[in-house]
Design a binder for this molecule. Structure first.
Ligand code: UD1
Ligand code: MG
Length: 456
């Protein structure tokens, strides 16, 4: 099968009104990736060498988005929504390029797995002209029914056109099908619109091919993989299914999730073996974690790279560009952005490190802040290997602290500190014996006088 070329035609011209959104339905995300991109990924994983997207509603926004996740895909606009067969024909130019297989998919069916698509393509390789992907939903109402005879598919009947007998069939059309490229355009051009909705139904291809004596079959996919999204409740359902699949995959690949149902992955999260993820952790896009790391509860991580044996959280926030090297530690209520925390360095409590490098084995005290922004520009803070930054220090960038530099607690550091130097950036303490008591007495008598004046 691998030698057969394949064009995936993905239909997404529908308005998706039930999403009640200014954004086209298929751009709503699952695991941070537009559902349309999930569909493209599945098509490519099933061997699609070309991708044609049929769009309508929000065409400009769609083209812009597609540029990001499928730059090689061709887009075709279906001006009027006259049915699924009509939509496929909007991509006529791509279909006529002579692909072996044409794989028709829906942009709003994001959980479709590559295996189900590959199984349909396999049927074409074995000689079928059309292979329809079927599934068994808990309730078949609303779906086209697959009418089979002796192992062959003879028709797909839309709910509105079904007899009472046909409505009892539980095997339904998931909407997707594989058609041999050789026959596709001829079959599609024969589709008419004499049905209850007056639309050109893609599903009619089945009977048309049968009438020509071609072989038509159905394959079966899971209910989940055929789940179509029409509103935000279904979007959340699909997200839950996607997350459940991904958590399981992570655990089976050697990652410990203590409370898997509370951990949220992004479509591209990478985690190494023996990493432990505690409850309530969120991974945004672009996270890579090596093995043996500990991600403690309630951490929010995106765009970060975490090396082996790092310790993160609880309640840590790693933002894009956070780069933790081996055994680095970022503890509770710390935020790290666009900064490298080198091997064994510790940023343990209540700290903001942004646009910075923290050298190997450096220790950043509680409440340290890199003041990286003056309201207009960002500046860099460089902290050398083995440096010690005392608690509650402000490092006003651009500034650097040399190797082994030592910053006294409560400092505001505005000038760079050389290697091994000690820097104080605070007012010197003054202690006056007995003065505390005297002050207290003065304040108390002033308060009493005010109270008395108010009462008179
Ligand atoms: C379709 C199938 C039905 C199947 C069901 C599964 C047909 C005729 N019916 O019905 O057998 O059980 O899906 O969910 O195919 N679209 C366009 N342009 C159009 C019409 C549709 O791009 O002119 C796109 C939609 O955006 C959507 C997809 O095609 O992504 C399916 O269209 P929809 O109207 O949802 O078809 P169903 O009535 O659900
Ligand atoms: Mg539908």
């Amino acid at each position: 099968m691998s030698q057969r070329s394949c064009l995936s035609v993905i239909l997404a011209a529908g308005e998706g009104t039930r999403m009640k959104s200014a954004m086209p339905k298929v751009l709503h995300a699952i695991a941070g990736l537009p559902m349309m991109a999930h569909v493209v990924k599945a098509a490519e994983a099933a061997g699609a060498t070309g991708v044609a997207l049929v769009i309508g509603h929000g065409a400009d926004e769609m083209r812009k988005a597609v540029q990001k996740f499928a730059p090689k895909a061709e887009t075709f606009v279906q001006e009027k929504r006259l049915g699924t067969a009509h939509a496929v024909l909007a991509a006529r130019e791509a279909i006529s390029k002579g692909y072996d297989d044409i794989l028709v998919m829906f942009g709003d069916t994001p959980l479709i797995d590559a295996q189900a698509l590959a199984a349909a393509r396999q049927k074409l390789a074995e000689g079928a002209a059309v292979a329809v992907i079927g599934f068994r939903p808990p309730s078949p109402a609303g779906y086209g029914r697959l009418i089979e005879k002796a192992g062959h598919l003879i028709a797909i009947r839309e709910e509105k056109d079904c007899s009472d007998e046909e409505k009892k069939i539980g095997f339904c059309n998931a909407g997707m099908m594989a058609v041999t490229g050789k026959h596709a355009l001829r079959l599609l051009d024969k589709v008419g619109n004499k049905n209850a909705k007056g639309e050109f139904y893609l599903t009619d291809v089945v009977e048309i091919a049968g009438a020509e004596g071609l072989d038509v079959v159905a394959t079966e996919a899971s209910f989940e993989s055929a789940l179509g999204i029409n509103n935000r409740a279904e979007l959340a359902e699909a997200e839950a299914i996607w997350q459940a699949r991904r958590r399981r995959e992570a655990m089976l690949s050697g990652v410990t999730l203590i409370a898997p149902e509370t951990v949220y992955f992004s479509h591209d999260t990478e985690i190494g073996t023996d990493t432990i993820v505690e409850p309530n952790v969120w991974f945004g896009p672009g996270v890579k974690i090596a093995s043996g790391a500990k991600i403690h509860a309630f951490s929010h991580i995106e765009g970060a790279t975490i090396a082996s044996n790092c310790d993160v959280g609880p309640f840590a926030r790693l933002r894009p560009g956070a780069d933790l090297r081996n055994k680095a530690k970022v503890g509770n209520f710390c935020e790290v952005k666009q900064a490298t925390i080198e091997e064994g360095a510790k940023v343990n409590h209540l700290t903001y490190i942004g646009d910075a490098r923290v050298g190997a084995a450096a220790n950043i005290g509680a409440g340290t802040i890199t003041c990286n922004y003056d309201g207009y520009s960002k500046f860099f803070t460089d902290i050398g290997e083995g440096a010690f930054v005392g608690s509650n220090s402000s490092l006003v960038a651009p500034v650097s602290i040399g190797k082994g530099g030592y910053i006294a607690s409560g400092s505001v550091i505005t000038e760079s500190v050389p290697d091994d130097a000690l820097a104080f950036g605070r007012a010197r303490q003054k202690t006056i014996p007995g003065k505390g008591k005297e002050l207290r007495e003065r304040l108390a008598s002033a308060a009493a006088a005010r109270k008395k004046a108010a009462a008179e």
